[in-house]
Structures are given as structure tokens and as C-alpha cells.
Design a protein around this ligand. Structure first.
Ligand code: NDP
Ligand code: 2IT
Length: 449
């Protein structure tokens, strides 16, 4: 056993003991740790400084009660969280998720991933994440507003433009960000850099809404180009139908791919003519409807319930998992590979299980891992912070060009690290190492703080 392997094994054992019930968190940690062994073999000083054990422990975990009144005047109580994971390279930065499944394990896995992702963007942002087990589905706008105001009344004590800058994630879009910003402002005065993903009328950045989805497609484009292939003419599947999925599908269509399927938690639609995104935007962004309704507008399309079939059973060249963690398992991966899959670009966080990733790697499928492929969202968040600080706004074309360059750079840095550490083309390893090295060096330079 090498020194690096010994160190990683020992730290992971401790992490497992200390966080035994946090399965998503342990999954995310395991994936990263496995790929860092060659780094510790090469740089023993990081073992001496015990960088890994320090990094895997969040700087701060905040959890709080959120009590609010529903439309019937009844008191409702939810859990709220903010994990301020690492400030080694900048203020904590990461989204807020509202979904009934949110717990400490989910927020920690997302926060841990965010450290490396944010480092990869090349911009000065640390890692953090937050959320609540509040379910926005079926709630009135007024209920959402009252909940968000109660949530922010607590959260505002811990955030600030140079301290910790939240944004959206699952269940947190334009409406929720607007209410969060309003409540923060009421309590602290106007500080536009305190949250990103803001509306364009009050300090938001052009392209932020599109950034994660567009970025995941730009990343796929880089992988394909390096293999003398192209997006034009390809069949694509995009899971989910939220913010990331919609704009991944939009960019795919702009580049000439045919997106044949999208989904939500109730099931998926298959449209052999190619998904009509105007219908999806109307149903999802405006009406907050279920995706099954798409069939009413396009009767030739087919809806399959989640219990009755998997979106990944459809034959496709490109797969963009853009819904949630662990939505693509080993069995799904095998079916996709049998059907001739070329490439996967992860728009969601940790959508593929570790077993599924192994299947893709063994089959030679081009695989763009979440930390690299979906970093476009947080990258444009950081550009929103820059514009806020400068008190000016760039055009759509300017921000889009910067996003494109950032995604290209992440791809190139990940390939370079995979080569330097002996597994050329393994972008899971490459992106983890490229993201880690900058954070580790910053921690090492700053001493034991
Ligand atoms: P949205 O809330 O806009 O959309 C989420 C989509 O995923 C919906 O279609 C939702 O279906 C589906 N979904 C959510 N949870 C589940 C579940 N447990 N099972 C099945 N389907 C589910 O969120 P986003 O598009 O913002 O986020 C999607 C993914 O992308 C997440 O993993 C997020 O962490 C990641 N991400 C988001 C970024 C951003 O900028 N927004 C940046 C980088 C990553 P339903 O409506 O039925 O729940
Ligand atoms: O997972 C993510 O990168 C996000 N939800 C976006 C975070 C951000 O701060 O823009």
C-alpha cells in the first residue's frame, strides 16, 4: 500500500465512523478520496499537514428552526440548514435547496462537492450549501413568501457579500430568490452581492438562468470535439425539467441535437419529433404543472410514469442527467451503453451512482462529472458578484462568452490533471485533482486556521 493510499483509507475510516448515517455525504467523499491517492503519493506535505481530514470537516454547520403560517393560519415548522464548508479560496458560495428530502447528509454532500467545483471555475469562491425540507409543491405564492421570509430571518445572521453568498438549487428559482433578497434587504439594507440568481431588474446577471444548462452542453461539446465528434445531428436525453434541464435542452437544440425525452419526478415524456421547449417552459416555468400535461399539447408524444419505466431506456447518443442525485444507476448505465451511448454530461449534482460511473468508464463512454460539467451555474454567479461590485452589467454575449471560456478551461484543466496523474481521459479523477490542488495549496499557505 502506498503512503497516499494508507492516508486516504485511514481518513475515510474516520469520516465513516463520525458520519455513519449520512449516506449521500459518504458517497460524495468516497468518490473524491479515491481519486486523490496519487496526489498524496506525490505531495507528502499534504499528509503531514493533514489537509484531507481538515477539508472534509465543514468549517461550520448551521441548523435552525423555520416556523411560518400557512394559508389556513396554522403554524408549520421546517428545518433550515447552511453548511459553510470551506473559505480557503473565497467567501462560502453555493445554492439553497428546498425539497422534502433535504437533511444534513444532503446539504453536506452538496457543500463538499461545491468546494472543488468552485475551485475549478478559477474564480475566488469557497464552498457552501444550504436548504430546507420545505416542499414548495402545492403551496401558494403567499405561503412560499412567508416561509422564505422566516427562513431568511434566521439565515441573514450568517451571510453577506464577502462572507457567504447563497443562490438557487432544486426548488429555489426566481420567485424564491426574489423573496430571499427582499427579506435580507428589509433586515440589513441594500447589499446586492449577498445572493446570486437575482432578477434582472434588481442586480441579476444575464445568462445566470441559462448558465448551468448551457455550461453542461459546452462541456459535452469539448469532450466530443476532442474525439472528432460534434453535437449536431445527435439524439439527446435530458432528465428533469427544471432550471438546469430546460437550458441544457435549449442549448442542445441550438447546436443541432434532437432532444427526445425529458422528465420530472412523476415520469418522463418521449417525443420522437424532438421536445417542444416552448411547451415545457410554459408548463414548468409559468404554470408549475406536471410534465405529463405535455401530451395534451403534443398528442403523438408518450408519457411513462416513473414506476413504469426509466428515461434511460431510450436509445440515445448523449445523456444529460439534470434532475437529482443518484437518478442514474448501474442498470441504467448498462442499458445506455448497450444502446450505443457516446457521452454523459452531468447537469445535476452526483446524478450517477459510483457503479454507473464505472460502467461508463469501462465502456469508454465520454463522461463529464458534475463538479466540472455543471460548474457553469456557479461560475456565472461569481460573474454576477463581479458585476454587482463594479456596479455595471455586461451584455448577454459578454457573459455567455466568459461562460464558454470557463467551461473550456475546466475541461482542459481536468484533462491535464488526468494526464499528469496517470489516468488520461478520466475526468472524474482529473477534475477532482484540479479542484483539490488549488484548495490544498491555499490551506497549506494560510497555516493551521
Ligand atoms: P429545479 O427545481 O428547477 O428542477 C429539478 C428537476 O428535477 C425537476 O424536474 C424535478 O421534478 C426533478 N427532481 C428533483 N428531485 C427529484 C427526485 N427526488 N426524483 C426525481 N426527480 C426529481 O432544480 P434545478 O434544475 O436547479 O436543479 C437540478 C439539479 O442540478 C440538482 O441536482 C441541482 O443540485 C443541480 N444544479 C443546479 C444548479 C443551478 O444553477 N440551479 C447549478 C448546478 C447544479 P419535480 O418537479 O417532479 O420534483
Ligand atoms: O450546485 C450548484 O452549483 C448550484 N446550485 C449553484 C450555486 C451558485 O451559487 O450559483
Amino acid at each position: 500500500m502506498t503512503k497516499g493510499r494508507e492516508y486516504v483509507t485511514e481518513v475515510f475510516k474516520k469520516v465513516k465512523e463520525d458520519n455513519a448515517h449520512e449516506s449521500e455525504f459518504l458517497q460524495a467523499v468516497k468518490e473524491v478520496f479515491e481519486t486523490l491517492v496519487p496526489v498524496f503519493d506525490r505531495y507528502p506535505k499534504y499528509i503531514e499537514e493533514n489537509i484531507l481530514e481538515r477539508l472534509v470537516e465543514p468549517e461550520r454547520v448551521i441548523s435552525f428552526r423555520v416556523a411560518w403560517l400557512d394559508d389556513q393560519g396554522k403554524v408549520q415548522v421546517n428545518k433550515g440548514y447552511r453548511v459553510q464548508y470551506s473559505s480557503a479560496i473565497g467567501p462560502y458560495k453555493g445554492g439553497i435547496r428546498f425539497h422534502p428530502s433535504v437533511n444534513q447528509s444532503i446539504v453536506k454532500f452538496l457543500g463538499f462537492e461545491q468546494i472543488f467545483k468552485n475551485s475549478l471555475t478559477g474564480l475566488p469562491i469557497g464552498g457552501g450549501k444550504g436548504g430546507s425540507n420545505f416542499d414548495p409543491k402545492g403551496k401558494s405564492d403567499n405561503e412560499v413568501m412567508r416561509f422564505v421570509q422566516a427562513f431568511m430571518t434566521e439565515l441573514q445572521k450568517y451571510i453577506g457579500p464577502d462572507i457567504d453568498v447563497p443562490a438557487g438549487d432544486i426548488g429555489v428559482g426566481a420567485r424564491e430568490v426574489g423573496y430571499m433578497f427582499g427579506q435580507y434587504k428589509k433586515l440589513n439594507g441594500y447589499k446586492n452581492g449577498v445572493i446570486t440568481g437575482k432578477g434582472l431588474t434588481y442586480g441579476g446577471s444575464l445568462v445566470r438562468k441559462e448558465a448551468t444548462g448551457y455550461g453542461a452542453v459546452y462541456f459535452a461539446e469539448q469532450m466530443l470535439k476532442a474525439n472528432s465528434k460534434d453535437i449536431a445531428g445527435k439524439i439527446a436525453i435530458v432528465s428533469g425539467s427544471g432550471n438546469v434541464a430546460i437550458y441544457a435542452a435549449e442549448k442542445l437544440q441550438q447546436l443541432g441535437a434532437k432532444v427526445v425525452a425529458m422528465s420530472d419526478s412523476s415520469g418522463y415524456i418521449y417525443d420522437e419529433n424532438g421536445i417542444n421547449l416552448d411547451t415545457i417552459k410554459e408548463l414548468k416555468e409559468k404554470q408549475r404543472e406536471r410534465i405529463s400535461k405535455y401530451v395534451e399539447f403534443h398528442p403523438h408524444s408518450v408519457f411513462t410514469k416513473a414506476e413504469e419505466g426509466r428515461i434511460w431506456s431510450i436509445k440515445t447518443d448523449l445523456a444529460f442527467p439534470c434532475a437529482t442525485q443518484n437518478e442514474l444507476n448501474e442498470e441504467d448505465a448498462k442499458v445506455l451503453v448497450e444502446n450505443g451511448l457516446l457521452a454523459v454530461s452531468e447537469g445535476a449534482n452526483m446524478p450517477s451512482t459510483l457503479e454507473a460511473i464505472n460502467v461508463f468508464h469501462q465502456a469508454g463512454v465520454l463522461f463529464g462529472p458534475a463538479k466540472a460539467a455543471n460548474a457553469g451555474g456557479v461560475a456565472v454567479s461569481a460573474l454576477e458578484m463581479s458585476q454587482n461590485s463594479m456596479r455595471l452589467a455586461w451584455t448577454f454575449e459578454e457573459v455567455d462568452a466568459k461562460l464558454y471560456d470557463i467551461m473550456k478551461n475546466i475541461y482542459e484543466e481536468s484533462v491535464k490533471a488526468s494526464k499528469e496523474f496517470g489516468q488520461e481521459g478520466n475526468l472524474v479523477l482529473g477534475s477532482n485533482i484540479a479542484g483539490f490542488l488549488k484548495v490544498a495549496e491555499a490551506m497549506s499557505t494560510q497555516g493551521l486556521v
